[in-house]
Design a protein around this ligand. Structure first.
Ligand code: DX5
Ligand code: ZN
Length: 226
């Protein structure tokens, strides 16, 4: 079976929020495949970012896939808001509530792609019984809450396990946290096809650098994928 295409998903968490619309348009024009939207509640993770109204405000600047990563608990009450605000993929954390299967069903019932994310300490095996209910599996390679952290090497083992669990299913395998052009090859080799990058794309917030940075990450990742 052919490999899934490599997709680069810059995280707007590292964008200049004072110019958020321009920053989203800039990464879209620079070749981003997905726009990764990190929603944090100061409860599930120790930081607050933004919610559905902010996402909605930038929805109009591009047609690219909005890849919405909810680091909130509970998540279920807010799924419809994010669907209405223009998310294409809605990812919840397996650790965020007791009824993951229900959350995933709710996302699909809203007509959106359903993703599930696991924190560094959570084993891939928690996903065994929902693997047929998801469109995206997100391995956190840092503890969620902040951009600019270092990639946790043990994540590579989990990416390989997740890839094996996915098998031939039509599921994106996404990795989030500490992704750079320097480690993109080993991340792709382990089986990931969607690479989130916040600081590696946005550092310095100079729009003229974004295309080159996205290209460098994509080049490194695609070099190892047949
Ligand atoms: C972390 C977020 C990530 C983060 C990635 O909680 O989910 O998406 O923005 O940032 P970098 O690429 O800087 O680690
Ligand atoms: Zn994220």
């Amino acid at each position: 079976m052919a490999s899934r295409p490599i997709r680069i998903a810059p995280s707007i968490l590292s964008a200049d929020f004072a110019r958020l619309g321009e920053e989203v348009k800039a990464i879209a024009d620079a070749g981003a495949d997905y726009i990764h939207i990190d929603v944090m509640d100061g409860h599930f993770v120790p930081n607050i970012s933004f919610g559905a109204p902010i996402m909605k405000a930038v929805r109009g600047v591009t047609d690219k896939v909005f890849d919405c990563h909810l680091m909130i608990a509970p998540a279920d009450h807010y799924l419809a808001d994010f669907a209405k605000a223009g998310a294409d993929i809605i990812t919840v954390h397996a650790e965020a509530g007791p009824h993951l299967h229900r959350s995933l069903q709710a996302i699909r019932a809203l007509g959106k792609k359903a993703g599930v994310s696991i924190n560094p300490a959570t084993p891939v095996s928690v996903l065994e019984h929902v693997i047929n209910d998801i469109d995206l599996l997100l391995i956190m390679s840092v503890n969620p809450g902040f951009g600019g952290q270092s990639f946790i090497p043990e994540s590579l083992t989990k990416i390989r396990q997740a890839k094996a669990l996915i098998g031939g299913r039509d599921i994106d395998l996404e990795v989030d946290g500490g992704v750079t052009a320097d480690n993109a090859a080993e991340i792709a080799r382990a089986g990931a096809n969607v690479l989130v990058a916040g600081s590696a794309v946005y550092a310095g917030n100079d729009t003229s650098t974004y295309a080159g940075r996205i290209k460098a990450i994509r080049g490194a990742a695609t070099s190892v994928v047949a």
